[in-house]
Design a protein around this ligand. Sequence first.
Ligand code: ADE
Length: 239
Amino acid sequence: MATATTPWQAVALSIYPDMFPGPLGMSLAGTALKDGAWSLRTVDIRDHATDKHNTVDDAPFGGGAGMVMRPDVVDAAIKSAKAEYQADLPFIYLTPRGRPLCQDRVQELATGPGAMVLCGRFEGVDERVLEEHEAEEISIGDFVLSGGETAAIVLLDACIRLLPGVMGSVDSLSEESFERGLLEYPHYTRPQSWSTRDVPEVLLSGHHANIEAWRLEQAEAVTRERRPDLWELYTLSKV
Ligand code: ADE
């Protein structure tokens, strides 16, 4: 658990360590980093190569396209990270083969000590090193990125915004998408009349119960339409 004295720890292993903090150095996450709510350490996997060309990858056994990150090099990087930083952080490998990232897992990670994230390039990392270190494999969606770094940044961003004090209003966290198993209702601000469009009347009424009911209705409608998977779980949970 991150406290006022121990920040939530992010450790990123990558052959492109300069991709961090990237967007996490700006806005709320950037301020929280400067304020010490979370800390960031990077490990350059290439520093753990053993040949004169600093090779981190090799051709796949069995043939096929692309290259695979070598287990010996990645293992040395992981061991050095564990020796230097907190060894018992959840160890996560970002891969499209992983379990889909969800808000429940984000919340668990955010309430823990931090995360050590392994970012693959090429076709991925040799399976044996993932087994050896019991990596939790996580995907951020059914699409393929050019490397795990952007996926790791997404995961860290989702965790960091939940750390105590990082977001101004705790209310906005409890109302947001996935918190009730629903997508969020739509938002409106000034001007009240814009282009040919007006803000829904009910939001101007000051009648809190009606506003709540309208928002729930909207959240339910958008969830039913866009995410039948979430809708089914939501309806089952109401029985
Ligand atoms: N690496 C490449 N694509 C990815 C994805 N969709 N999720 C996590 N890591 C990835």
